[in-house]
Design a protein around this ligand. Structure first.
Ligand code: IPE
Ligand code: IPE
Ligand code: MG
Ligand code: MG
Length: 321
């Protein structure tokens, strides 16, 4: 277990031995996938996979699923591969230097190599799911993948804009992040043979994903990099306008929108924090977590499953990475 996963310790206990076994099998499959596609790309893909990560999306697949069906492992592997593909590409778009406490593929091997690595991870994600023979599953992942691309483009279009409305920011969170959380939960429902649960579990995942991105944006301002594995103020440096900045500008309209050095970014992060915007954004994220938990009401999942999913939801706003 890596440090980021240790944060999920309580969830792992609540999920029982089958969750731990499914995660182990997923880890083994991820390593296999990275190794079998040519030395040059394989090294970059394997490095990305080995750097860890919380494996939160596979956990959602398994907790929304039931049993230890091979198709759940395929789905868990697919959502993590898609997630990693988007991170490798995201780091090109954001010109990010650090991820999971290590240099990004973009920083270590330049942008064409990162683009190719992301492409490889994308294609392997779909191959993994196609092997289950479920068209619905492939469609769910494809929907998330398209939404993600749309969200990333919206974010670029909003860069440096001082007047991004909060509603548009929320829509970006939904597209960029929540869509894959939703798909993960839907895949779990599908492969437990309960497609009727997919809408409600999908809704749980979507609300959770919005809260997760809001918290990620809070962590970008609060840091510290030693805890998050990502540089503090990275969003400010690349012009990404997030909720903390939108809220802080209401209190401190002179906050500069453009920073060019990490030192300036640190200083603006301090000013954002001084306005109370981080607590406000955290509070808004918490409301989405509450809505996520409400989506579980009346589903008649086992008590153990409900507890574990609620723990995941609580963990989204009580995290440091
Ligand atoms: C990072 O996701 C990207 C966002 C959606 C904010 P995670 O925080 O789940 O990344 P890892 O997998 O744990 O590194
Ligand atoms: C999430 O947004 C990226 C994706 C969903 C691909 P961020 O740009 O905030 O993610 P980090 O902070 O780089 O992990
Ligand atoms: Mg980024
Ligand atoms: Mg971020």
């Amino acid at each position: 277990m890596n440090t980021a996963q240790a944060q999920l310790g309580a969830v792992l206990s609540a999920g029982g031995p089958s969750l731990a076994r499914l995660l182990e099998r997923t880890e083994a499959r991820l390593a296999e996938v990275a190794e079998t596609h040519g030395a040059a790309l394989g090294v970059l893909a394997a490095g990305t996979l080995a750097a860890g990560g919380k494996r939160l999306r596979p956990v959602l697949v398994f907790l929304c699923g039931d049993g230890e069906d091979d198709r759940l492992v395929a789905a868990g592997t697919a959502v993590e591969l898609l997630h990693m593909a988007t991170l490798v590409h995201d780091d090109v778009l954001d010109a990010a230097e650090l991820r999971r406490g290590r240099p990004t593929v973009f920083a270590a091997a330049c942008s064409p190599a990162a683009t190719a690595t992301g492409d490889l991870l994308f294609s392997r994600a779909f191959a993994e799911l196609a092997a289950t023979g479920s068209e619905d599953a492939v469609r769910a992942l494809s929907t998330a993948s398209s939404a993600l691309a749309h969200g990333e483009l919206m974010q670029r279009a909003d860069a440096w804009n001082e007047n991004v409305p909060p509603e548009r920011y929320l829509e970006r969170c939904r597209l960029k992040t929540a869509s894959l959380f939703e798909a993960s939960c839907r895949l779990g429902a599908l492969f437990r043979g309960r497609p009727d649960l997919a809408p409600a579990l999908g809704q749980f995942g979507e609300r959770l994903g919005v809260a997760f991105q809001m918290l990620d944006d809070v962590l970008d301002v609060s840091g510290p990099a030693e805890r998050t594995g990502k540089p503090r103020g990275a969003d400010l440096l690349d012009g990404t306008v997030t909720l903390p900045l939108i809220l802080a500008r209401r209190q401190d309209p002179t906050l500069p929108g453009e920073v060019t050095t990490p030192q300036q970014a640190e200083a603006v992060c301090e000013r954002i924090a001084a306005t109370g915007a981080l607590d406000d954004a955290r509070g808004q994220a918490l409301a989405h977590v509450t809505a996520a938990k409400q989506a579980l009401d009346g589903l008649q999942l086992s008590q153990q499953r409900t507890n574990a999913l609620q723990l995941v939801a609580d963990g989204v706003v009580e995290r440091y990475a």
